[in-house]
Design a binder for this molecule. Structure first.
Ligand code: MGD
Ligand code: MGD
Ligand code: MO
Length: 770
């Protein structure tokens, strides 16, 4: 092809080259250094499709007429009126001033959770926070939907969240030293496709092949068989969802009853171990935690559990726990119980031994990690300290002034008048969307900034169209990636959209703080500056030479200083006093004084089995299925839902729900049929995928289908599982989201076979044709 330009770019799913001819993308090629590129790169051209985009700034008709007195129930129904950028930015700046002046800055909620794009300059929520910190601040969020209960409990029991942030044992050491690997959840190329801030090299499969080639015995504990690739040769233990804590405690109990527990390690390196051991041997509650006890709860074989317990202490053993396990009611417990089990085994700090969290949950977890400074634009300092735990958004909007607890503190929800969301999609990510829809009627004003006409943007008062990353210049990088990658502009902005930095710079100008917002730099000035900061840090702190900016920009990538071959807590194990952890005892906490003082029934003072609110245990009704709403294979969350990689995972224009042949037969469901999935919170449609790769009693429906409610019928047409999920905190302590705790029913749906995209698109046309 003649006159085809080759343009280096990167997204959360990896680096790639865009082939551009006459201003159009005509091809996508993977990054030459990537052994396992993600198919999602081929969805990128869909970003340029104007049908999916917000083409100009728009204001909801009712809001334009009545401002804070508008009928907020018309969100999502009222027509939008197009306005100029000058009008739009004036409306936004005036509204920020009004709310801050009348109600105080805490009445502005700008937590704005979301993955936005991989660029470190045009990182929408960071820029929003930077701008608002210059005018008095805002209410923010803490933790993430990905991990909240996990890091909260690990900070108290292990002194930091490093072990779940990609700084536990690196996978190269596991491939080399581990004999027995127990995988709780997944270690899947499906989720390892993505990494927040982009990834140069997808390495999970390379490590898994090494692990398999060395004949490591792998026990895979998950309700879904393909959470580990077939070729790894694991033994599948199809556990009942949300019961892993019982299995971990049962294994620890077996080891204790056999007298094989690591007494020396427990004494030297842990505190409060007696509380855990007394619970395991039943002296604290009269119930012995052993294989038989665990088997009953988990729906697994008791003898297999007994044998595994022996093997864990006879061989070098490593436990891995996916982030998904803590995205469930009492999600603190599986993370803490795994730490307890690893302590009882006593191999923490030895090569290939111990416990780690989130391997493969993101592509960089377990890979060599970046020791340098990852490029990031500063959010500046916070003038106020108002926050909510990230997943308590509906609670906050519905209950202004009410109290909530977090990490042992009691705080108050602010009275939110203005919500500004940039680069996130709560109608994708939040649980119980019908409850969110009620909460969404509470704020006086909602501003959404996004390239796509998302379900959230449809329900805003002011929508600001951002460009996608391929319409501007930026750079990608993060703490778990060994490359910084150039993200070069490939095409012109679609419609009247503007780069996020430009949008906030214009609003900052109206608020009189542009100088401090932009510090005198334009887009390329900032890209250069952020790169130079990382380069200088690598040189000064680590004596690592990165190429100069012009070389980086010409080549399209630069390598960062990384650490491979890392054994977590090796120093601490060797000398616990000299390398004390940042916990109440300086050691691993297995019985917590802090939690004992708090006395929370839903987060006890030692790792414990506490029944989740919904599960397939004794109290469920026959006919219930436990729904796992895991990450979608063909896209990142709701991003590029209509792209080729995402569309190829659908059937009959809908998301597919996997269920076991026995469950399908019992309900008269045939493979490929449209089914209705429902519970007391909502209902959605999906296409049945009948397969014995799921445990009986479990239904797997990926997240990310664009929220397409049918007016008046209470049914969602595209297969968005969050109309069904439960919106409660993991516990009073961690307050994470409990997405994976959810019972549903399913039945054949005798109705039209309409493509859900078409229904979605009709709504967009109806809203935007003013
Ligand atoms: N049931 C259930 N729910 C879940 C989960 C689950 O396991 N089960 N998982 C949870 C998890 S782990 C997460 S992280 C969340 C993810 O939730 P989100 O991060 O909110 O999901 P995304 O779809 O990635 O939303 C990103 C938004 O940013 C927009 N965007 C992309 N690029 C740009 C840009 O350059 N500028 C601007 N302004 N916007 C941009 C996209 O169009 C999209 O609307 O979902 C959570 N929800
Ligand atoms: N392709 C793609 N990759 C992604 C994302 C995406 O949207 N698309 N999102 C990214 C993000 S933001 C995050 S945070 C990570 C999340 O990474 P994870 O949390 O690891 O991913 P999930 O897909 O939610 O869950 C992994 C598996 O855990 C299993 N599981 C669920 N509940 C239980 C349980 O109670 N016990 C056991 N033993 N297993 C259980 C399910 O079978 C599920 O398939 O994924 C990232 N990777
Ligand atoms: Mo996440």
């Amino acid at each position: 092809m003649s006159n085809v330009q080759r343009i280096q770019h990167c997204s959360h799913w990896g680096a790639y080259t865009l082939l551009v001819q006459d201003g159009r993308i005509v091809g996508v090629e993977p990054f030459a250094h990537d052994p396992a590129p993600s198919p999602i790169i081929h969805s990128v051209p869909e970003w340029a499709n104007p049908k999916r985009r917000i083409l100009r700034p728009m204001v909801r008709k009712g809001w334009l007429e009545k401002r804070e007195h508008s009928d907020r129930r018309q969100r999502g129904t009222d027509k939008f009126i197009p306005v100029s950028w000058d009008e739009a930015t004036t409306l936004v700046a005036d509204e920020i001033r009004r709310v801050a002046g009348t109600h105080g800055n805490a009445a502005i909620f700008a937590g704005s959770y979301g993955w936005t794009n991989a660029g470190r300059l045009h990182h929408a929520s960071s820029l929003l926070k930077r701008m608002l910190n210059l005018v008095g601040g805002f209410t923010r969020h803490v933790d993430t939907y990905s991990i909240a209960a996990g890091p909260v409990i690990l900070r108290h029991t292990l002194g930091s969240s490093d072990a779940c942030d990609g700084r536990a044992n690196t996978l190269d050491t596991i491939a080399e030293h581990t004999d027995t690997l127990v995988v709780f959840g997944a270690m899947s190329p499906r989720t390892a496709q993505t990494e927040a801030g982009g990834i140069g090299v997808h390495r999970l499969e390379t490590y898994l092949r090494k692990i398999a080639a060395r004949g490591v015995r792998i026990i895979h504990v998950s309700p879904l068989k393909d959470d580990l690739p077939d070729w790894v040769g694991a033994e599948w233990w199809p556990i009942r969802p949300n019961t892993d804590t019982a299995l971990m405690l049962g294994l620890a109990g077996e080891i204790l009853h056999a007298g094989r527990h690591a007494q020396d390690f427990l004494a030297r390196c842990t505190s409060g171990a007696d509380q855990l051991l007394n619970y395991l041997n039943g002296s604290s509650d009269g119930i012995r935690k052993n294989a038989a006890w665990a088997a009953e709860i988990c729906g697994l074989d008791a003898e297999a559990i007994r044998q595994l317990a022996r093997r864990l202490v006879d061989t070098r053993s490593m436990l891995t726990v996916s982030w998904s396990l803590q995205r469930a009611h009492h999600g603190e417990q599986p993370f803490w119980a795994a730490l307890g089990l690893a302590s009882v085994i006593g191999q923490i700090g030895l090569p290939g031994g111990g416990v780690g969290y989130g391997y493969g949950s993101l592509g960089g977890v377990g890979s060599p990690f970046n020791l340098g400074k990852s490029p990031a634009i500063s959010q500046l300092t916070r003038p106020i300290d108002s926050f909510i735990p990230v997943a308590r958004i509906s609670d906050m909007l519905l209950n202004p002034g009410a109290t909530f607890t977090y990490e042992g503190e009691t705080r108050t929800y602010p009275d939110t008048r203005l919500v500004y969301w940039a680069g996130g999609n709560p109608y994708h990510h939040h649980q119980d969307l019908n409850r969110l829809s009620e909460a969404w009627t509470r704020p006086e004003t909602i501003i959404v900034q996004d390239p796509m006409f998302t379900a959230t943007a449809q329900r805003a008062d002011i929508v600001l169209p951002a460009t996608t990353s391929i319409e501007r210049n930026d750079l990608a990088g993060n703490r778990r990636s060994d490359f910084i990658i150039a993200m070069k502009q490939a095409i012109k902005p679609v419609g009247d959209s503007l780069p996020d930095f430009e949008i906030f710079d214009r609003i900052a100008a109206k608020l009189g703080v542009a100088d401090r917002f932009n510090e005198g730099r334009d887009e390329m000035g900032w890209v250069r500056h952020l790169y130079d900061q990382s380069r200088a840090d690598a040189a000064e702190r680590l004596a690592f030479e990165m190429p100069d900016f012009d070389t980086f920009w010409r080549d399209g990538y630069a390598r960062c200083p990384v650490r491979a071959d890392h054994t977590f807590l090796a120093d601490f194990r060797a000398d616990p006093a000299a390398h004390a952890l940042n916990t109440e005892s300086g050691r691993i906490v297995l019985g917590s004084e802090t939690l004992a003082r708090l006395g929370y029934a839903d987060c006890p003072a030692h790792p414990a089995w506490v029944e989740p609110a919904e599960w397939l245990g004794n109290r469920h009704d026959v006919g219930d299925l436990h729904m796992i709403s895991h990450q979608p294979a063909g896209r990142l969350h709701s991003q590029i839902e209509t792209g080729i990689a995402s569309a190829s995972t659908k059937r009959n224009g809908r998301e597919q729900a996997r269920l076991h042949p026995d469950d399908a037969a019992a309900r008269g469901i045939r493979d490929g049929q449209t089914i209705r999935i429902w519970n007391a919170r909502g209902a959605c449609l999906a296409t049945a995928d009948v397969t014995d790769s799921v445990r009986p009693g479990v239904l797997v429906l990926p997240t990310g289908a664009w929220f397409t409610p049918r007016d008046g019928m209470g049914i969602e047409a595209a297969g968005n599982p969050n109309v069904l999920t439960l919106d409660i905190g993991t516990s009073q302590f961690g307050q994470g989201c409990s997405a994976h705790t959810c019972l549903v029913r399913a039945e054949p749906h005798i109705a039209d076979q309409r493509d859900a995209f078409e229904e979605y698109q009709e709504r967009l046309v109806a809203l935007a044709t003013a």
